[in-house]
Ligand binder design. Structure first.
Ligand code: DON
Length: 305
């Protein structure tokens, strides 16, 4: 299989695509991004990196950060975490509040906004937001072996000024006793983690531990094999919100999307893949990123099924 050729073909097709989706505008800073951008990077289990298009351009990872935040929170509190967050797909939009009232302030899963805000509360655990974000950045530096990854402060500020739904979600969960730290500090942590800027190449490197059953490619272990499998299971069932079923059907890989237009997809034992195209579909997931992953899955036969 000639992966370089497959990537070249997909990059060409995505460059010429007319329907590019719609760039997120509810975070004003994200609305400035050029919809013509497309990048893809694949880190393979045998240590290669194959990439194309804007693979080295940084973008806002947004909800993809929820995978790394969950990994850190599980490291801190282990399975106790599941007393405060569920493990079921929500069938609702990423920023929905409706289930929280019926389900006693326990979010359905760690990848919807409400769930990720609880995870931010766990990761904050008495620290200053700056320290909690520093920990996440150090974790990403360790995973990628690249110290240049940082927060885009303009994006963090933009969301802090306009994130009224997240402010509502956090306060609502606090009323149920499921947020322990001051809401503004929890949200400060959450908004800054979402505003981490990475390229497809960096994201594909960061996902390698999930491809390798929890091992770090340079040696040692990031998480246990069981934990890596379980994080992948959550990505498959919940990583694309109310479109998780469609993503599993079309692409067949655990994946996590972000409203910045990125998607991280894992083929266990084979590849860690990052795609980026800023235009979103109606469920808030990258339109061309999803199409590109579908073509990649077709061309390579990669699937967890
Ligand atoms: O909280 C928000 O709305 C954003 N910071 C993240 C949402 C997101 O990325 C949803 N992904 N598709």
């Amino acid at each position: 299989m000639d992966l370089t050729r497959i990537i070249e073909t997909i990059v060409g097709q995505m460059r010429d695509a007319d329907d590019r989706g719609v760039v997120a505008s509810y975070i004003p800073e994200l609305a400035k991004i050029d919809p013509a951008r497309f990048g893809i990077a694949i880190a393979t289990a045998d240590g290669r990196m194959v990439k194309g298009g804007d693979a080295d351009t940084g973008f806002s990872i947004q909800s993809i950060s929820k995978v790394f935040a969950l990994t850190l929170a599980l490291g801190k509190v282990g399975d106790q975490l599941w007393k405060r967050v569920g493990r079921e797909p929500s069938g609702s939009a990423f920023n929905s509040i409706v289930q929280l009232e019926r389900e006693a302030g326990i979010p359905r899963n760690p990848f919807i906004n409400a769930g990720a805000i609880v995870i931010a509360d766990i990761n904050l655990a008495g620290h200053r937001p700056r320290e909690a974000i520093g920990e996440q950045l150090r974790f990403l530096h360790y995973l990628t072996e690249d110290d240049s990854i940082a927060v885009d402060n303009a994006v963090a500020r933009s969301e802090t000024e306009t994130g009224f739904r997240n402010i509502a979600l956090a306060n609502y969960m606090r009323a149920f006793g499921n947020i322990a730290q001051p809401v503004d500090l929890v949200l400060g942590t959450y908004f800054h983690q979402c505003a981490i800027e990475m390229s497809c190449s960096q994201l594909a490197l960061a996902g390698r531990f999930l491809m390798l059953g929890g091992a770090h490619p340079a040696g040692g272990r990031v998480v246990s094999e069981r934990r890596a499998r379980r994080i992948c299971a959550l990505m498959l069932t919940c990583g694309h919100y109310d479109a998780s079923g469609d993503f599993a059907y079309r692409i067949g890989m655990p994946g996590k999307s972000g409203v910045g237009g990125g998607i991280l997809a894992i083929v266990p034992g084979v590849a860690s893949i990052a795609v980026w195209s800023p235009g979103l579909n109606e469920t808030g997931n990258s339109h061309l990123g999803t199409v590109a992953l579908e073509r990649l899955a077709d061309a390579t036969g990669w699937s967890v099924f």
